[in-house]
Design a protein around this ligand. Structure first.
Ligand SMILES: [Fe+2]
Ligand SMILES: [Fe+2]
Length: 125
């Protein structure tokens, strides 16, 4: 039920973005994505990590540190797509169920962000 609702919310978000005229070319969308991820790992999450530390909230700190590290990877993946836009190759993507680490082609033996085993990664269809 929640997955169905989440899918419906994605449909709504796409419709809202379209109505706002915020869906551009692939290159424009990738540039916006790089900027968004970069804001997250340079400003948003570092501030949140500091707040969690100040509050002694280890669980929140860990969650924000994981997200911060993975946003860097997302920015790199988007930048790589920009750099190779005329010659993009298809790739499989895997996501770590512990930290969200996102990798191309094959899951690593050990997650470089959280240390989870390869079995923690699932392929994105
Ligand atoms: Fe991201
Ligand atoms: Fe991980």
């Amino acid at each position: 039920m929640f997955r169905a609702a989440a899918h419906a919310e994605t449909v709504h978000a796409h419709a809202h973005l379209k109505a706002l005229g915020e869906i551009g070319s692939t290159l424009e969308n990738l540039k916006v994505a790089v900027a968004g991820e970069t804001h997250e790992f340079k400003n948003m999450y570092p501030d949140m990590i500091e707040e969690a530390k100040a509050e002694g909230n280890k669980s929140a700190e860990r969650s924000f540190v994981f997200a911060n590290e993975v946003e860097k990877v997302h920015a790199e993946l988007y930048q790589k797509a920009i750099d190779n836009l005329d010659n993009l190759e298809e790739a499989d993507y895997y996501v770590c169920s512990v930290c969200g680490m996102t990798v191309e082609n094959e899951p690593p033996d050990k997650c470089p962000v959280c240390g989870a085993k390869a079995s923690a990664f699932s392929k994105v269809d």
